[in-house]
Design a protein around this ligand. Structure first.
Ligand code: GLA
Length: 737
């Protein structure tokens, strides 16, 4: 490709502080315009050439002299660009493009070609951290526009990118593909770290070198779309990044529906990342003057490994995205695994007393409390009939909330609002509210079907269910929002255009969540999906936490939580102590503490020592949770690489940290043979290290009086003394003055 760089080129540069600017093309004298989107360490540089093509010329470390970005293109001698738009910032199809497009359209006249040329751009400084860039592109032949948005978080080095597609033609245009973002990276090799999973096996990582051609990560499940493959991924450049070394990009689509990310390694050895809503079965008809806004694609680039990328993303999430990211969370006792569907008022009254006895903040009543004609006594019936089951709860939820209050604890409740059992009054009354193909046999996932959330009446029904509960019970303190089925036989009796179904479902869901949050901005809600089938940063705007997996075996959980922790901060992770797994109660509790702690055990069956331990553990947790929730996380020892898992959370002023250490290999004599190198401390500060959360009657082998420098702990390390006798060790590191 020939880059036309004239000496009179106009470089628009701001060192992170942008004024509000509108720069129409006509006013720009020079041939090339650079649009550097810079953050604390990074720069993404877009360039408009003399032909008004908008391309990505650089994504990497920020340069000191911004004028030098213009020298970048000539450094690459990778061969011929036969299209002139190989590095397009948003690749159109049907004109010169020969590779995977970001956007494909069929114009009103049936023509399939699109070309996009620069019109203008604006830069808006939102606050001292956030700036918003927008670049308007237009087809020179058709009255069809795309505006690319880049929201840059300076301190966090995070970018959100989305596009707004506008049809100004006289007739309808069909969007065949409509990505959120189109990145373009240059490196010697690219290493993809992706995830796959299933029920109880969430977040299984897989790393491979990308070969030429296209690798697609996607979901077509319609809802709970992460079940087999979440949209989060990492790309390491030149070599697989480690925790503290290497260049790595984290990417995630902020969308809860079908997604698609194409990673195309092109013939010049550059990598295009095109991510957005999955266009599978979703050609979208855009009427004249209609605008289509894509969800945001979220990414961060780190030059010092995965740990740094995670901490940036965690910070961004807590500061900007997550509901109550800096807020409180409630510890709880859940009854799912202790009662399943088999409970009544008396049993629950006893559990409320246990909640108080245990010392957690709240009791969470799970599945099984509703439906009368087809009582919810197992998972075959009742979903959709959200009235208290009169046999189990003759005095309703209200009396339980009151009883909870009498015990000095809060009360939360489980719902699965988007779902319906064929055996339900809801199905009988509103068969047209159910997603199913007319004339085809129904096909079930966990004996249930999904409601057609694209239908405003269904949206009203879901909103009404939640609103009704919260209006009748203003003290209801928490909702666990479950979603246990995928969408089969995608068809809406409400929609005229079935190709809009998957998109309208999500729009409907977000609309409901918006309305709920407008009226109830603070009620904490857990995003659950038969385990971890549903978590993404769009949903987390409305939820305070998510359920990573139904698999609560602590050994499994160490691995699952470890992988989630790359992308989501600990405060989002609901972890319950249950009877899964062979580990001790202490081990299970320690693991559950690495996030938001809950219990799902039969408290009345605990031995005195076990109960004493749990009560003390909750006190310990309450003391250390600010560090876990708001601190910086450092993954110290990878359970996939050795016998020890070790994770540290340190507070902002580096005066206090907590370290969780586990034995993950039960072979003979395994243990922490080598010291673990601590991270994130102040080298100059002096610290003591004390073991906390000990089981009653055990004596720690750690000398709590010994003083170490941060320098020593980070260079020479510390041995948590983990072994078969001490398979789970929690340490508190505190500054001494
Ligand atoms: C899903 C959830 C569980 C529990 C059950 C109830 O599987 O993940 O935690 O709430 O539903 O049916």
């Amino acid at each position: 490709m020939k880059f036309k760089i004239s000496t009179g080129a106009c470089f628009i540069f701001f060192s992170g502080l942008y004024s509000n600017l509108l720069l129409p093309a006509m006013e720009l004298q020079a041939q090339n315009i650079n649009i550097p989107i810079v953050s604390q360490h990074n720069a993404l540089v877009l360039q408009v050439d003399g032909n008004k093509n908008l391309s990505t010329i650089y994504f990497g470390k920020k340069l000191l002299d911004q004028a030098e970005y213009n020298n970048i293109p000539e450094l690459y001698k990778q061969g011929t660009d036969y299209t002139g738009i190989l590095n397009a910032a948003y690749t159109p199809s049907g004109s010169r493009n020969l590779l995977e497009p970001a956007i494909t359209v069929t114009h009103a006249d049936g023509n399939n070609s699109l070309d996009l040329r620069y019109v203008s751009h604006t830069i808006t400084q939102v606050n001292d951290d956030v700036s918003l860039f927008s670049v308007v592109l237009k087809d020179p032949v058709y009255n069809f526009l795309v505006t690319l948005y880049y929201k840059s978080y300076f301190r966090e080095d995070v970018l959100e990118q989305w596009s707004v597609i506008e049809n100004k033609e006289k007739g309808a245009v069909i969007l065949q593909k409509f990505a959120s973002a189109n990145l373009y990276l240059k490196a010697g090799s690219y290493w993809l770290n992706q995830y796959h999973g299933d029920w109880a096996k969430e977040m299984q990582p897989e790393e491979s070198r990308l070969t030429h051609g296209i690798k697609t990560l996607d979901s077509k499940l319609g809802t709970r779309t992460n079940l087999f493959q979440p949209s989060v991924f990492m790309i390491s450049l030149d070599k697989p990044a480690s925790e503290d070394e290497g260049t790595v990009l984290y990417g995630a689509l902020e969308y809860s529906g079908n997604f698609r990310t194409d990673l195309e390694l092109d013939y010049q050895n550059n990598l295009k990342i095109i991510s957005g809503i999955n266009n599978y079965s979703s050609a979208y008809t855009l009427k004249p003057n209609e605008v289509f806004t894509t969800p945001a694609f979220l990414y961060t680039l780190s030059f010092t490994g995965k740990g740094n990328a995670s901490r940036k993303l965690h910070q961004w999430a807590r500061n900007y995205q997550l509901l109550a990211g800096k807020g409180n969370r409630l510890t709880l006792l859940n009854n799912w695994e202790s009662t399943y569907f088999d409970f009544n008022e008396n049993k629950l009254a006893a559990l409320l007393k246990d909640t108080k006895k245990l010392g957690v903040d709240m009791f969470l009543l799970d599945d099984g409390w509703f439906a009368n004609k087809y009582p919810r006594n197992d998972d075959h019936a009742g979903l959709g009939d959200w009235q208290e089951n009169k046999q189990k709860l003759p005095n309703g939820i209200a009396s339980l909330v009151k009883e909870a209050n009498n015990n000095g604890v809060k009360f939360g409740i489980w719902l699965e609002p988007e779902m319906v059992n064929p055996k339900s009054e809801l199905y009988e009354k509103h068969p047209d509210w159910v997603i199913k193909q007319p004339g085809r046999e129904e096909y079930y996932f966990r004996n249930q079907l999904v409601l057609d959330v694209s239908n405003p009446q269904v949206q009203e029904f879901i909103y009404g269910t939640i609103d009704g509960l919260l209006t009748k019970n203003p003290d209801l303190a928490y909702i666990k929002w479950d979603c246990n089925a995928v969408i089969y036989n995608a068809y809406s009796a409400h929609l005229k255009n079935q190709s809009h179904f998957y998109i309208e479902y999500m729009r409907g869901l977000y609309k409901v969540l918006e309305s709920i949050r407008a009226k109830y901005p603070k009620v904490p809600m857990m995003l659950c999906s038969g385990g971890g089938g549903r978590v993404d940063y769009a949903a987390l705007q409305y939820f305070t936490e998510f359920w990573p997996s139904d698999n609560t075996d602590p050994l499994e959980r160490i691995f699952i939580q470890w992988e989630y922790s790359y992308f989501y901060p600990a405060i989002t992770s609901s972890n319950h102590v249950t009877d899964w797994g062979k580990q001790s109660l202490k081990f299970r509790t320690d693991v559950a503490m690495m996030g938001k702690l809950g219990f799902d055990i039969v408290v009345s069956r605990l031995s005195d020592h076990d109960l004493q331990f749990c009560k003390e553990a909750i006190k310990t947790y309450n003391a250390i949770k600010p560090k876990i929730w708001q601190g910086d996380q450092y993954r110290l020892s990878d359970p996939r690489a050795g016998s020890i898992a070790s994770v540290l959370y340190v507070n902002e002023d580096q005066s206090s940290a907590v370290i969780f250490n586990y034995l993950v290999n039960n072979r003979y004599n395994e243990g922490s043979k080598m010291p673990v190198l601590l991270k994130g401390l102040d080298p100059v500060k002096k610290y003591t290290i004390k073991e906390v959360n000990l089981y009653p009657g055990t004596v720690s082998t750690i000398d709590a009086l010994k003083v170490y420098s941060g320098d020593f702990l980070m260079k020479a390390g510390f041995n948590p003394d983990v072994n078969a006798e001490r398979p789970s060790v929690v340490l508190e590191v505190n500054e001494v003055h």
